[in-house]
Ligand binder design. Structure first.
Ligand code: SAM
Length: 247
């Protein structure tokens, strides 16, 4: 059917693309990509020959107009970001709003997303969670953002850059104390996927021993209800580690 298709792509492991995503990308008239070169690698891998057009932060406004004009003539346009789900800490929101305003159908094609992937294997409550995208890069603003968090029974989920993670952990320590339980999910679905679970004090000292922290990171803050006695923590860590290695 004609319309705008928001297509999730893998966040590392290429097997995490859905059959439906492949079909939609193949059958689309055009694929609007955050970075055409990045998406071309994916398209080459799956032998998809659909034409691409760039659609990113800096041309979102003008491109949206062009694409909406095309959609109004009955085109099928797919939107993809570099990785994961478009519109989640990635371009997509603006064209969705414009498409709906123009009476164009919008179809989600679900798939990989780093926040949800990190959360479901974190061991933290998934009952109620808040996704914040990236914390502010500036130290002062980041601390204020942390202080403004509504705590309680809510797990907080953030994206974070590897070169900022130690500073952010220091801020979490300062705002919520060294016993705050956190989970870091690094390089999800990739060869060096890693989960670090523990108090902010534990994880700070663990990461400080590394020459550098690399890779992509989802950072999660446990609800305040987690009273992590060291025995609990050990149990939790070993169980989860065992489950993961059993895969
Ligand atoms: N739209 C994407 C999604 O659905 O997950 C997120 C795009 S956002 C610009 C990129 C950030 O997502 C990275 O800086 C990192 O924090 C997180 N991320 C993406 N891929 C990841 C992965 N494989 N492992 C851990 N975090 C990842």
């Amino acid at each position: 059917a004609p319309g705008l298709y928001l297509v999730a792509t893998p966040i590392g492991n290429l097997e995490d693309i859905t059959l439906r995503a492949l079909r939609v990308l193949r059958q689309a008239d055009r694929i609007a990509c955050e970075d055409t070169r990045q998406t071309q690698k994916l398209l080459n891998h799956f032998e998809i020959h659909t034409p691409t057009v760039s659609y990113h932060m800096h041309n979102e406004g003008s491109r949206t107009e062009e694409l909406i004009a095309e959609l109004k003539t009955g085109a099928r346009i797919a939107v993809v970001s570099d990785a994961g789900t478009p519109g989640i800490a990635d371009p997509g929101g603006q064209i969705v709003a414009a498409a709906l305003a123009a009476g164009v159908d919008v179809f989600p094609i679900p798939g990989a997303n780093a926040a949800i992937s990190g959360l479901i294997a974190s061991g933290l409550s998934t009952e109620r969670f808040t996704f914040h995208s990236f914390l502010p890069a500036k130290a002062g603003q980041r601390k204020t953002a942390l202080e403004d968090l509504v705590r309680g029974e809510v797990t907080h989920v953030f994206y974070e850059a590897p070169h900022r993670i130690l500073d952010t952990l220091a801020d979490i320590d300062a705002v919520f104390g060294p016993e705050q339980y956190i989970v870091i999910a690094r390089e999800l679905t990739k060869l060096h996927e890693e989960f670090l679970r523990g108090t902010v004090a534990d994880l700070r000292s663990q990461l400080a021993t590394r020459a550098s922290v690399r890779g992509e990171i989802v950072l999660m803050l446990a609800p305040t209800s987690i009273e992590s006695t060291s025995e609990d923590k050990k149990d939790k860590k070993t169980t989860l580690a065992a489950e993961i290695s059993a895969m």
